[in-house]
Ligand binder design. Structure first.
Ligand code: FAD
Ligand code: FO1
Length: 448
């Protein structure tokens, strides 16, 4: 593995003892650089390798819908690791306490975790970096080009990050070595995990129902991928912006929970997809747009606030904050899809019912919240709240960035000035009608 994929989170040197991989963002056994690196370190010292996941009950407003998808996936990770004689531990509670306890109990000599630009995760890591007296390393197992290698600063847009990614890609878009059987036994046998209990005991919001149309876990992720690669990728460019054509891959929940590797998808797309606009468009989204989102969250501390918008956008929105609003809706009216706009209501319904609103409509959906609320600050809060409560792929850098793009011109340019939006790109109902059959999309949601 390229050493640039690893960063030290504290200055402590290597000590002997078991190697612990604290799995968080990249919840998979295969194609996981953080796990592969952990195994490499353990084998070098003939030490045991332990994988631990710290389950927190209040992760950014997640509900039963997301916890169920995640925990079913983790159960599969445990089974896959057991095949390679690597023990998987599930601990619950506040990581800043639970992880040191775990590390001390097993007298670990090294702690490794996977990279995540979200504020909460960086707070966890910073607190642990101070407390631990063993080496604590971070591996970017989510991006193909590690975020800190791709760029050392917040990029203006895809057009400034893309050349940097394309230059670095040949060195990083490589195949993965296999996860091998770990012959050094762990210090003690660990207790069996009572998986049904894990989910039923969690004190979480159970109003938002689990989804049934998409099966969680790595095997299901690879089936969805194979189906997309064989039957739908070739029409991706034509279909991806039409909510009636099911042109998207439906991989974002799997990518969000790390149940499948973006690098694996890119390798297979390169090797197996026919040349053309669809292949290029899919790789652009999968590599450039996704890594741009991590870049935004890593280098912009206000990624979920108006303060994170570019200056020109903040200025233009302030200049229009007192413009009259023809419609104003409360959180409740948005959440229950009670606006005057049947397309917006249908998109809201798709998100609530399926946990995955179509990508094109997410832009329209967010922009209309800006148009129908008192202030951009309130609009941002409502968009993030609803997105993270109902989307399976919510609570993700892609989401904070997608919302900031929609409301605050992040990674976008200025457009002709208009009421409320100022120079922020505008989207209209009629504009959607030129893109796809709005009526048929609405009737499909009503029938669902
Ligand atoms: P596909 O079109 O099949 O794309 C494949 C993969 O490429 C996606 O899984 C994703 O990882 C990446 N990708 C595609 N479009 C984007 C994009 N615009 N930005 C970054 N990566 C992209 N994505 C999330 O993962 N979680 C969210 O919470 C989320 N919220 C969004 C909110 C708004 C307001 C907007 C405008 C976009 C949001 N997106 C979010 C980005 C995008 O809409 C979704 O990633 C995409 O619709 C997921 O469906 P898919 O995997 O079938 O997409
Ligand atoms: N990561 C954890 O390490 N522990 C958790 O209990 C946890 C819960 C969780 C629930 C919903 C969700 O969408 C994400 C969750 N994550 C959790 C984080 C996730 O693994 C990703 O790292 C980030 O959300 C994406 O950056």
């Amino acid at each position: 593995m390229d050493p640039r994929r690893v960063r030290a989170l504290n200055p402590v040197g290597l000590k002997s003892g078991p190697v612990v991989y604290w799995m968080s963002r990249d919840q998979r056994a295969d194609d996981n650089w953080a796990l592969l690196f952990s195994q490499e370190q353990a084998l070098k010292q003939s030490a045991p390798l332990l994988v631990v996941f710290c389950l927190v009950p209040d992760f950014l407003n997640a509900t039963l819908r997301q916890y169920s998808f995640m925990i079913h996936g983790l159960r599969g990770v445990e089974q896959r690791l057991r095949q390679q004689r690597i023990p998987f531990y599930l601990i619950t509670g506040e990581p800043r306490r639970a992880i040191p306890e775990f590390v001390n109990h097993y007298r670990a000599g090294l702690l490794i975790t996977d990279f995540d630009p979200l504020r909460l995760k960086r707070q966890w890591q910073a607190a642990l970096a101070d407390r631990l007296n063993i080496s604590f390393l971070e591996v970017d197992a989510h991006n193909i080009v590690p975020a800190w290698v791709a760029s050392t600063k917040a990029e203006y847009g895809a057009y400034t990050l893309r050349p940097k990614l394309l230059r670095a890609l040949p060195g990083f878009l490589t195949d993965f070595p296999p996860l091998t059987e770990h012959s050094i036994a762990p210090p003690e046998d660990r207790a069996e995990i009572d998986w049904p209990q894990v989910l039923s005991k969690l004190p979480i919001d159970r109003q938002v129902q689990e989804v049934t149309w998409l099966k969680p876990g790595a095997p299901a992720a690879h089936q969805v991928w194979e189906d997309f690669l064989q039957h739908r990728l070739s029409d991706y460019d034509r279909n991806r912006n039409d909510p009636n054509r099911g042109g998207q891959s439906n991989l974002s929940p799997y990518l969000h929970f790390g149940q499948i590797s973006a690098q694996r998808l890119a390798l297979e797309t390169e090797a197996r997809a026919p040349e053309g606009r669809s292949k290029a468009a899919f790789l652009e989204e999968l590599i450039v747009r996704r890594e741009l989102a991590d870049n935004f969250c890593l280098y912009n501390p206000h990624y979920d606030a108006v303060a994170g918008f570019p200056d020109w956008a903040q200025k233009t929105l302030m200049a229009h904050q007192d413009d009259p609003r023809e419609y104003l809706y409360s959180l409740e009216e948005f959440e229950t899809g009670q606006t005057h706009d049947d397309l917006w209501n249908a998109a809201q319904q798709e998100m609530v019912n399926t946990g995955k609103m179509h990508g094109y409509l997410r832009m329209y959906w967010a922009k209309k919240i800006l148009e129908w609320t008192e202030s951009v600050d309130q609009a941002l809060k409502i968009a993030i709240y609803l997105n993270d409560k109902y989307e399976l792929d919510g609570r993700d850098p892609n989401g904070y960035t997608g919302i900031a793009w929609s409301l605050g011109g992040v990674h976008d340019r200025a457009w002709p000035e208009r009421p409320i939006f100022g120079k922020i790109r505008y989207m209209s109902y009629n504009g959607c009608k030129t893109k796809f059959d709005v009526k048929s999309y609405i009737s499909k949601q009503l029938a669902a």
